[in-house]
Design a protein around this ligand. Structure first.
Ligand SMILES: Cc1cc2nc3c(=O)[nH]c(=O)nc-3n(C[C@H](O)[C@H](O)[C@H](O)COP(=O)(O)OP(=O)(O)OC[C@H]3O[C@@H](n4cnc5c(N)ncnc54)[C@H](O)[C@@H]3O)c2cc1C
Length: 400
C-alpha cells in the first residue's frame, strides 16, 4: 500500500508551516497531531515577528527571510493572521547598557536590518507613555506582530485546500525502520507507510528520538505571561528591553544575580493587542515540564513592566499563563536530516522565535525533503552540530 509522500508529526506553528509548503510544492502530505492544532507552545506565546532580537548572523538572516514571507502571507493563505507591521523598540533603561546595544545594532545593520538608536526625548516622542528614566531605545520599522494561533490555523487550512490531510488526536507512537530508512509510522494504533517523516514536535522532540538512540540537546524553557483588561490605546509599537537580550542569550550571567527578576530571566516583551488588553512577558526559566505560573514570576514581570510604562499600574491583570520554549544551547533550531537516517528529518528547537521563523522553516524543509537542496544554507542548523564538536553545553549522541 502506498502511503503519503511525507508524514509531518506535530501540529504547532512549525508543523503546519512545513505541511503547507510541502503541499504547495505538490507533495502528498499527512499531518499528525496528537491533540489539537496549536495546543502547545504555539498558543502559549506572544506573536512578535521581531527582527531586532535575533542574534546578528545566520539567525537574523533567517529571520529577515521569514519576515519577507510574512508580508504576503495573509493573502497567500487567504486567512486573517492579524499581521501588523507596527515597528518595534528595544528599550534601554541604563546608560551602561548603551555600548552593548550600539554594538548589537551595528552588527544587525551590517546584515541589512533597518534599525536605529533613539535617545532620551526622541524615544518619548515616539512613545510618550515611557518612563522618564528610559535613556533610549533601538527602533526598527521592520518589526511586526501576528496572532500565533491564527497563523497555525491559516497554514493548516491552506494546506488542506492544497490536498494535505490533517489529523488531530492521532499520536505518533513508533517509527518502523527498514535499513537506514523509515518505512512506516505507527500512529493512533494504525500503521501508515511513509516516504519521509519530519518531526515538528517542539519541546517533545527528544522523547521521540531517544528510543532511536538519538539524544538531542533540546529542553523546555518556561515563559510566563500576564494579560490585562482592555484599555484605550497607550502604545503603538511592540516592546522588548535590553535586559531581554541578555536573558535570551546569556542565561549563565543571570543565574547568580542578586536581583530576583534577573534570576528568573525576566525581560520585557509587551504588546497592546487588538482588543486593547496588554500581553506582558516574560520569564526564561529551566523548570522541567512545569507549565504553571508562579506568584513570584508574575510579580517580577509586572514590577519590571510598570517601571518602564508606569501607566500600566492602573490596569487590572485578568489572566496569566505559561508556555515552554524549545531551547537549544546555541539559540538556533535543528533543521535537517537525522544522522544515520535517509528520510527522517527534524524541524524543532526554535526557542522564543518559532512564530517569527515558521514561514522560512516551512519553505526550507519542503525544499530539503523534496529536492535535497535548500535556497538558504542549513549547515548552522544541522542536527548533529553539537556532536561534531560545537560544545555549548549540549551533546547529540547517535548510537546504532
Ligand atoms: C512565553 C513565550 C513567548 C513567546 N513569544 C514568541 C514571540 O513573540 N515570537 C516568536 O517568534 N516566538 C515566540 N515564542 C516561541 C514560539 O512560541 C515557539 O518557538 C513555537 O511555538 C514552537 O512551535 P512548534 O511548532 O515547534 O512547537 P509546538 O507549538 O509545541 O507544537 C508541537 C506539536 O507537536 C505535537 N506532538 C508532540 N508529540 C507528538 C506525537 N508523538 N505525535 C503527534 N503530535 C505530537 C504537540 O501536541 C504540539 O502540538 C514564545 C514562546 C513562549 C513560551
Amino acid at each position: 500500500m502506498k502511503g503519503p509522500d511525507v508524514v509531518v508529526v506535530g501540529g504547532g506553528v512549525i508543523g503546519t508551516a512545513v505541511t503547507y509548503y510541502l503541499a504547495k510544492q505538490g507533495a502528498d502530505v499527512l499531518l499528525l497531531e496528537r491533540a489539537e492544532l496549536g495546543g502547545e507552545t504555539s498558543s502559549a506565546c506572544d506573536g512578535f515577528v521581531i527582527l531586532q532580537s535575533k542574534s546578528p548572523g545566520v539567525h537574523l538572516a533567517l529571520a529577515l527571510a521569514s519576515a519577507e514571507l510574512y508580508r504576503g502571507l495573509a493573502d497567500e493563505l487567504d486567512w486573517d493572521i492579524e499581521y501588523r507591521n507596527c515597528g518595534g523598540l528595544i528599550v534601554i533603561e541604563r546608560e551602561e547598557e548603551l555600548p552593548a546595544m550600539r554594538t548589537f545594532m551595528a552588527k544587525q545593520q551590517a546584515i541589512g536590518l533597518d534599525v536605529r538608536l533613539l535617545l532620551g526625548d526622541e524615544v518619548r516622542r515616539l512613545e510618550p507613555a515611557l518612563a522618564p528614566h528610559i535613556v533610549g531605545a533601538t527602533y526598527s520599522p521592520q518589526d511586526s506582530q501576528v496572532n500565533p494561533l491564527q497563523v497555525v490555523l491559516g497554514f493548516a487550512q491552506a494546506a488542506r485546500r492544497l490536498g494535505a490531510r490533517v489529523r488531530q488526536g492521532v499520536p505518533l507512537q513508533t517509527l518502523r525502520r527498514a535499513g537506514a530508512r523509515v518505512s512506516a509510522v505507527v500512529a493512533g494504533g494504525e500503521e501508515i507507510p511513509a516516504g519521509a517523516v519530519v518531526l515538528c514536535t517542539g519541546v517533545f522532540t527528544p522523547e521521540l528520538l531517544t528510543p532511536l538512540g538519538v539524544e538531542l540537546p533540546l529542553r523546555p524553557r518556561r515563559g510566563q505571561l500576564v494579560v490585562t483588561e482592555p484599555a484605550p490605546p497607550l502604545v503603538h509599537h511592540i516592546f522588548l528591553c535590553a535586559r531581554y537580550i541578555a536573558a535570551k542569550y546569556h542565561p549563565e550571567l543571570l543565574a547568580a544575580a542578586e536581583d530576583e527578576a534577573l534570576r528568573l530571566g525576566v525581560g520585557l516583551a509587551l504588546e497592546q493587542t487588538g482588543s486593547g488588553g496588554f500581553l506582558i512577558g516574560s520569564t526564561r526559566e529551566f523548570v522541567g515540564w512545569d507549565k504553571r505560573t508562579t506568584p513570584l514570576g508574575i510579580r517580577e514581570i509586572v514590577r519590571h513592566a510598570t517601571r518602564i510604562l508606569p501607566a500600566l499600574a492602573q490596569l487590572n491583570a485578568i489572566r496569566t499563563f505559561a508556555g515552554l520554549r524549545p531551547y537549544t544551547p546555541d539559540g538556533l533550531p535543528f533543521l535537517g536530516p537525522v544522522p544515520g537516517w535517509e528520510n527522517l528529518y527534524i524541524a524543532a528547537g526554535h526557542e522564543g522565535d518559532g512564530i517569527a521563523l515558521a514561514p522560512i522553516t516551512g519553505r526550507l524543509m519542503a525544499e530539503l525533503i523534496l529536492t535535497g537542496r535548500t535556497s538558504f544554507p542549513l549547515t548552522d542548523f544541522a542536527v548533529d552540530r553539537f556532536a561534531r564538536g560545537k560544545d555549548q553545553g549540549g551533546q547529540l549522541k547517535v548510537t546504532p
